[in-house]
Ligand binder design. Structure first.
Ligand SMILES: [Zn+2]
Length: 213
């Protein structure tokens, strides 16, 4: 999970209809989020939903509030449900800097460590742990498929990194850089792979800035 950019102007249908998911909202969110779920950062084709950062049930006044609407996958939207109403707002907070995001391939666990002590940081880590690791570390079939997909994406990135470290040509460097572009998936994990390695950080520090355009 990383920071996202939201266009400042709310789509018009939010003020002239009762709906929160008009075509203009869908198009604007898709564009702002580079077609990625704001929670798991997987790219979405058809399984997209408009997600309320603060749930409709608990915050009915925010149902059509543009600042409360995000682009999400069905998996994450369902996991969140009406709970987790105190997540960090990714349009305001640099989540990739405040939550350390690491995949442990041996133990098949995602580990989220907050670098700040607020309830929102804690709740965000809890939610991310839930969607990646399941309940008490046990995954249902659906959770297992989700995690395998995330591992596959991060694993592909490791292959590019290793290819570059083994053979540090400009071409191989460009492949790593391309995989760090804002439209790519699972950047939270990828950014921390770079940050946790001094050599990689010295080369790719400028490529792990969330809003580079
Ligand atoms: Zn998702």
């Amino acid at each position: 999970m990383i920071r996202v950019y939201k266009s400042p102007n709310a789509p018009r249908s939010l003020s002239i209809t009762q709906a929160y998911n008009g075509e203009d909202v869908l198009r604007q969110l898709e564009n702002d989020h580079y077609k990625k779920c704001y929670l798991c950062e997987r790219s979405l084709c058809t399984d997209f939903q408009v997600e309320h950062l603060k749930s409709q049930k608990n915050f009915p006044d925010l149902k059509q509030d543009w600042n409360n609407l995000f682009w999400s996958c069905g998996y994450c939207n369902e996991k969140k449900g009406n709970n987790f109403n105190n997540l960090l707002d990714p349009s305001v907070v640099n989540i990739e800097e405040e939550i350390k995001q690491v995949l442990n391939f041996l133990q098949k666990q995602a580990v989220f460590t907050s670098l700040a002590e607020t309830d929102a940081h804690k709740e965000t880590c809890q939610f991310l742990t839930k969607i990646h690791n399941g309940r008490n570390g046990l995954r249902t079939k659906r959770e297992e498929n989700f995690f395998e997909q995330v591992m596959g994406i991060v694993n592909d990135f490791y292959r590019l990194i290793n290819q570059y470290l083994d053979n540090p040509t400009e071409e191989n460097k460009a492949l790593v850089k391309e995989n760090l572009q804002i439209s790519k998936e699972c950047l939270g994990f990828k950014y921390w792979i770079i940050k946790n390695n001094a050599t990689l950080y010295s080369i790719f520090a400028n490529d792990i800035v969330w809003n580079k355009q």
